[in-house]
Design a protein around this ligand. Structure first.
Ligand code: UD1
Length: 337
């Protein structure tokens, strides 16, 4: 069985390709390489002993997308990661985000329909819940108004999929990620942000490596035990494994509805200061940090109720925060050397 992984050279995509190949699937990657490198394909091959097929083009190009699907009409399913993901940039360049994240999805859905490809796994985000009223957050929590164009593309994409599923044979699973961090144990693939990182873990590892002078902790006046915001950090390898479970669920006809949604988190919340302490303990390196003002658009605290995913997908996040930060550090060192 062959799976198309869009965005397969990106952070979560590359880890998912590894897990799919390890589980016996063939993979074809499509990635425009906007925010990743072609060498990732070699690194995936080094880990799994199997070279995934790879094509570099932009899925917002409907002609190229149609041509690709004509040549790959034997696909079993699609896992769609390819998207822009920088929250701040999406506020500055909303059209870039809406066009890229939504046109690519619509092109893929049209081609899947044309070629009778039934199974779609979509990368969604816990950002759709905003600041949830009740914690932990289950899949039935209300969707809040998006804080950014990026977040809005995830909400609109879920709606586009819902409407398409109603009128076609498409089956879809949206996986709502909490905060993926860490890297493959080999140190060969990991998160590689363009320029100055926005996200916490790459900022920590780059500060530890001496690329950044000081980490800014955005606010310690939140209503949390140590005043810093709380998130549900999840190891990217655990996250990747959930995609394999989702595809298997679809292929084996185990879905309860034609469109299902699952939270991917550990169920544990950690504050920014707890993550810094875990990193310092795991690596023996002190992080130079300073408390500054809050970052606009940040929510106070969120963590998942993963019980539905645990039960229905037969999946559970297994790796600890210590393993997450240690693997992120191993990756940063490997990459820089
Ligand atoms: C953000 C997005 C989320 C997106 C994800 C991946 C929001 C509300 N959420 O998650 O939709 O899917 O990025 O790109 O924008 N922090 C610092 N200093 C830093 C960086 C971060 O203190 O230099 C803190 C933040 O205030 C936050 C925590 O670390 O409390 C995690 O931040 P980050 O890694 O950026 O993820 P989110 O903001 O949770």
């Amino acid at each position: 069985m062959k799976i198309l992984v869009t965005g397969g050279t990106g952070y979560i995509g590359s880890h998912t390709v590894v897990e799919l190949q390890n589980a016996g699937f063939d993979v074809v990657i499509v990635d425009a390489l906007f925010n990743s490198q072609k060498e990732v394909v070699d690194h995936i091959a080094a880990i799994t002993g199997k070279v995934p097929e790879f094509e570099a083009f932009d899925l917002t190009d409907n002609k190229k997308t149609a041509d690709f699907f004509k040549r790959h009409s034997d696909l079993t399913g699609v896992i769609h990661f390819a998207a822009h993901k920088a929250v701040g940039e999406s506020v500055q360049h909303p059209i870039k985000y809406y066009r890229n994240n939504l046109v690519s999805l619509m092109n893929i859905l049209e081609e899947m329909n044309t070629h009778g490809i039934q199974h779609l796994v979509f990368s969604s985000s816990c950002t759709v819940y905003g600041q949830a009223d009740r914690l932990p957050v289950s899949e039935s929590a209300p969707i809040k108004k998006a804080e950014s164009p990026y977040g809005n593309t995830k909400q609109i994409a879920e709606e586009i999929i819902t409407d398409t599923v109603h009128v076609s044979k498409l089956n879809a699973i949206a996986l709502r990620y909490f905060n993926p961090i860490g890297a493959h144990e080999s140190g060969l693939i990991g998160e590689l942000p363009n320029g100055v990182p926005d996200n916490l873990l790459p900022y920590i590892t780059q500060t530890a490596y001496g690329i950044r002078e000081q980490l800014k902790v955005f606010g310690d006046d939140y209503n949390t035990p140590d005043g810093t915001p709380i998130r549900d950090y999840i190891h990217v390898v655990d996250l990747a494994k959930a995609h394999v479970k989702a595809i298997q669920r679809m292929v084996q006809g185990q879905m309860k509805q034609a469109f299902e949604v699952f939270n991917l988190g550990t169920g544990n919340g950690y504050s920014v200061l707890e993550v810094i302490k875990a990193f310092e303990k795991a690596t023996g390196i002190k992080i130079n940090y300073k408390i500054v003002g809050r970052r606009e658009g940040d929510i106070e605290q969120i963590w998942a109720d993963p019980s539905y995913s645990n039960r229905e997908l037969g999946w559970k996040a297994e790796r600890s925060l210590d393993e997450m930060v240690a693997s992120a550090w191993k990756w940063e060192q490997h990459y820089r050397q």
